[in-house]
Write a protein that binds this ligand. Sequence first.
Ligand code: FE2
Ligand code: FE2
Length: 445
Amino acid sequence: MSGENNIQFQRKIIFVESSSAMRKLIANNLELYTGSQVICVKNSEELSEYFKSGESADLIVTEDMVDGEYTSLKVVYFINAQQLEIPVIVMGQNPKLEGKATLIDRENWRGLVKEAAKLLGVTSEVMMEFIVPEYYPFQMACLLTMTKVPVDLYLDEDDGINTWFLAESQINRQKIEDLIFKGTHTFYVSRYQRLEFVNFLSTELYQLLNDPSLTFQNRVAVTQAAMDSSCFLIEQFGLDKKSIQTTRTAVESFFKLALLSPGLDDLLDVLSKNTNSYTYKHSLTISIVGHLLISKLQWGNAEQQKIIGLAAFFHDVMIADDRLTPIHSSQQLQDSTLPSEQKLKIERHAFLTSELLSKYPDLPMGTDSVILQHHGTLNGIGFSDDHLDNRLSPLAIVFLVTEDFVHRILATEAPDKMTILHEMSLKYDKGQYRKCFEALEKAVK
Ligand SMILES: [Fe+2]
Ligand SMILES: [Fe+2]
């Protein structure tokens, strides 16, 4: 973490925490707001090893319990036995530690950061100096139902990122609609308030996406916010209750957009005005084109359209990053300058996503194999060199042909549909692939 912000750390915090998601959130905030180096250890044994190696620290923050053991008691006992005189903050309420450590509720991570700053003697002026802003974009349309903003919001203006609304400020639909009308589609939230904002937004999105007065264009924008939130929550926490709830909202909106069946040109027009996220654009376009393609297949039915929609939503959820999602061949992967761990992630994403989805409730049968095989390999690892492999499931073939088309369409600003279809016609000249191509041609012409 230390290289990221180029800060010369003057203090060290040892953080004992077993959950990786909490560790990331709290460690980031502790580092940011106290300008300290945060060293994470998983349990009291690792903590004692750290001190035994001759290292020191200015503060220890520990979970109350790890794996059914009172880690906090062990940590405080160790510090006292070694006469280290280092303050300890315990995340949790343990009566046995009253007066011996500072106790703070596990959920109150803001309070925790404040208390850490106090114990380290970091004043609020000093805290400000450490703030390294980094902002995440959200679609303006997702504020349409909000009356109050939950966190500080920022706009990207000519002179840089500026505060737009402070947390708790009032906003109204008219104000937001005016801005969207004038062409401002994005606002920003600080990296350290992103989780809080996404949590708040998840509840709002459900209400907003069920609003019958939502226009097609706004639905496209809000669905992106829902998909982004879903990907972010899945990345942080896996498929837990909250991320499943947000994901369902987003997936249902994918279906609604496909049922509204805009023609390809109309869809691309709306997308070009609404978003520059490749990941979202390609997933939504696959869902809508795939839906149309199936309607042109002799054996196509509504259940299969549902599966294609779900697969379009989920297939790249593990690599939801615009630098990664356009890669769809071994050659492109080899030629990319991405770090090796990112390359590995791309190679394995189809397999990992199909594994992840085993936890998603009521997934229609066959969705996991479409996701597993969406780059043409039967085991979901890497990319296939055989573009006519007939061992793949028929719906995986539909997906592959559709995604190929969508990648080609989105590769340029003014795509030439006829040339693309001609090239694909030469490529998919046999068996199921040919049938899918012919259905595609009917669907988009
Ligand atoms: Fe993809
Ligand atoms: Fe993919």
